[in-house]
Design a protein around this ligand. Structure first.
Ligand code: NAG
Ligand code: NAG
Ligand code: NAG
Ligand code: NAG
Ligand code: NAG
Ligand code: NAG
Length: 625
């Protein structure tokens, strides 16, 4: 492959200190002699390194122009200047309505200006804020082709195709009935179909074929993103829009809202994120070449983290951070007599809190890694602070937390040695459904309604769940009677629907559903209790009631109560937040021979309500001796 023509980089460094003030820092580095220059002209600041020219409004700090490789302005010039490249937050005072703020700067300062680096700072003192519309960075319409990962790339529709299309039941989804590009006719467009886990969301963006230019959002670290490595969020979508999401309630709901109250100060650096433009001579295949080059650049940026260039004491360099390492093992005598490696466990430091609390924390930095096959892990470049160490192990149920508080000081290299996780377990496995991996991906995901497809996910096994309207397929498959799963006969990839949703009865009415698990027990052990281990992968305004051998029992044997706002069903996720329950089942509730567990989700006012299961296991009483 030919080397990419001219590649260049400029960093956006967004920093917010909400308690007192907000600050955005934009910075450009030298790529060519004669170096970086800064032109000041009334309300405009132009940073120029000979390859790219970035224009900013002063003192508001919006990016109003990016000139590159023959494109006079890569941003949407039809939008007014404040609506091209900006940073926004959504917030509200307790009890007040939700407010939208573009964080417009009121003061401006040149932090650094020499031929190698120009760094500008736009600050704003906290005050009541002013509402507006939605959606961050916009890019010129010449960018048609969007790439999120190796196998999630496609030609995208235009904004007006959405306006001309038919809005579907979930407002962000549109059926393209009259698109500019006739090949897209009949497809569904929905920005949530392009969501991505934080841990995989390192580079995404757009390609223009004429001229052949790529525009990329590179995020070298997850440390400042909310909710940990498997929090999902938006990437790029029709506009063309490129987002860098720092925090949101997507796939988590209000459980992840951050609250700042009672004058308690809070400070967090979000970013720097890296905006990368690349170009090639038009003889090459731009799609492949520009994407591969963007991935290479992403690896370079990831290795350069934490950046040394930010001129801010709030962004510590590598030598002012610490590291932690150790080995995680699993102790479950009903799986193995000896200790097992926590193979490929996710291990992370996050704010001190309860087991699993990291998945709803947005205030504090998080530092995660994946252990190797033997459970060895090493987390580097951790900011100074107090943390708990959390983990979960693919294939093992539950959440793990190391109880001691870990205090990181500059230069610390903390060796934790061997840590042992004892997952929830009371007795031998009688049966299990699913794989404990915090997702419903292993269950039955139906084909979409043929009139509501996104072709990107047709004929793909991994991303099938990203199609629109799969919740409706439950009613098609189970028009009258709910799902019945028989242990030893049914198999979960085919017979366990990925979400327990409501049944659509027409005329905007929905019906509660009750699923059954049928199983035989040859001999009841009366000397101890049985346990139902229940892990949920998602819940939206739902309640799960468990009844044992008595479908009509007025009071369920167990209920979760009303839980969940993650909205993963409507947003085509295969998981949201994780919920775990260990349910005591006294032996007198079970009988010799056939038994049935009834799982009822009684809340049924919307088609998007429901739960996803991660894993269910029935355990016998503890074995003695
Ligand atoms: C906050 O905004 C209000 C109205 O825009 C203004 O009157 C007031 O002076 C501002 N306060 C500060 C501290 O800037
Ligand atoms: C999916 O596969 C079928 C059978 O191989 C093929 O006919 C169809 O064109 C494919 N659809 C897409 C969108 O790739
Ligand atoms: C639909 O519901 C409305 C309000 O409950 C009712 O007036 C109407 O008759 C229903 N239509 C059908 C076809 O059931
Ligand atoms: C078994 O369950 C009953 C409640 O139904 C409880 O009182 C008892 O303590 C349990 N026994 C054990 C050994 O957990
Ligand atoms: C359990 O139910 C199955 C049919 O669902 C039946 O064939 C079997 O005989 C039953 N077992 C007992 C012990 O009743
Ligand atoms: C701090 C700030 O942006 N204040 C603005 C809020 O809205 C009023 C009226 O729309 C403006 O006059 C303020 O400048």
């Amino acid at each position: 492959m030919e080397k990419v023509g001219a590649s260049l980089a400029f960093g956006f460094f967004f920093l917010v200190t909400l308690a007192a003030a907000s600050r955005k820092i934009l910075q450009i580095e030298n790529c060519l002699s004669p170096g970086v220059r800064l032109y000041k002209n009334n309300h405009r600041m132009v940073m120029d390194n000979g390859l790219v020219q970035v224009t900013l409004s002063s003192p508001t700090g919006d990016v109003t122009g990016i000139q590159y490789h023959g494109i006079n302005n890569a941003l949407e010039t039809k939008n007014r200047e404040g609506n091209r490249g900006y940073w926004d937050v959504v917030w509200n005072e307790p009890g007040n309505r939700i407010t939208y703020d573009r964080l417009k700067g009121t003061d401006f300062k040149v932090i650094m200006e020499d031929e190698d680096q120009v760094e500008l700072s736009f600050t704003k003192t906290w005050n009541f804020t002013n509402g507006s519309s939605s959606a961050p960075l916009n890019v010129d319409k010449r960018f048609h082709f969007m790439a999120i990962s190796d196998d999630r790339q496609r030609i995208m529709p235009m904004p007006r195709d959405r306006l001309n299309g038919q809005r579907l039941a979930y407002p962000e989804a549109v059926l393209l009935t009259d698109p500019t590009n006739p090949q897209l006719k009949g497809e569904v467009d929905d920005k949530y179909q392009y969501s991505c886990d934080n841990k995989n969301n390192r580079v995404h963006g757009w390609i223009s074929h004429d001229p052949p230019v790529g525009f990329w959002m590179i995020t070298p670290s997850d440390e400042f993103r909310a909710g940990g490595p498997i929090k999902q969020d938006l990437t790029s979508h029709v506009g063309p829009t490129v987002l860098s999401m720092f925090t949101s309630t997507h796939y988590s709901g209000k459980d992840l809202n951050t609250k700042y109250r009672n004058g308690k100060p809070w400070k967090k650096v979000v970013g720097p994120v890296f905006v990368y433009l690349n170009s090639i001579s038009s003889l090459e295949d731009p799609t492949k070449t520009l994407w591969e080059d963007a991935k290479d650049q992403m690896s370079i940026e990831t290795k350069s983290w934490p950046y040394s260039f930010p001129q801010s004491e709030d962004f510590p360099s590598s030598d002012k951070r610490g590291s932690v390492d150790g080995q995680l093992l699993v102790d479950d005598k009903y799986i193995s007599d000896g200790l097992m490696w926590a193979s490929y466990a996710y291990v992370g430091l996050a704010a001190p809190g309860g087991v699993g609390s990291w998945q709803t924390d947005a205030k504090v930095y998080q530092f995660w890694t994946e252990a190797n096959e033997e459970g060895h892990f090493s987390i580097e470049n951790i900011r100074v602070g107090h943390y708990n160490l959390y983990a979960w192990v693919p294939g093992i149920v539950g959440d793990c937390r190391y109880d001691a508080i870990i205090n990181i000081q500059p230069g610390d290299d903390i060796k934790l040695g061997v840590l042992v996780y004892e997952p929830p377990r009371n007795g031998p496995t009688l049966w299990e459904i699913g794989i404990p991996d915090r997702t419903a991906a292993e269950f039955f995901v139906p084909d979409p309604d043929p009139s509501l497809v996104n072709k990107l996910y047709i004929n793909k096994s991994t991303d099938k769940f990203r199609q629109y309207g799969l919740w409706e397929r439950y009613t098609d498959l189970y028009p009258e009677h709910d799902l019945v799963y028989t242990i030893g006969v049914s198999n979960y990839p085919q017979h366990w629907f990925f979400a327990q949703v409501t049944r659509n009865m027409g005329n905007h009415t929905y019906q509660a559903t009750t699923w059954q698990i049928k199983f035989e027990i040859e001999n009841i052990v009366r000397t101890g209790n049985y346990t139902l281990q229940l892990a949920l992968a998602s819940a939206t305004a739902s309640e799960l009631q468990v009844r044992i051998n008595d479908k009509r029992a007025k009071r369920p044997h167990f209920t979760t109560g009303l839980i969940g706002r993650d909205n993963a069903i409507a947003r085509h996720g295969i998981y949201g937040l994780y919920w775990f329950y260990s349910i005591n089942v006294p032996s007198h509730l079970l009988c010799r021979g056939n038994n049935t567990i009834y799982l009822t989700q009684p809340r049924c006012t919307s088609p998007f309500q429901g739960i996803m299961y991660d894993y269910i296991r029935l355990e016998g009483p503890p074995e003695t001796g």
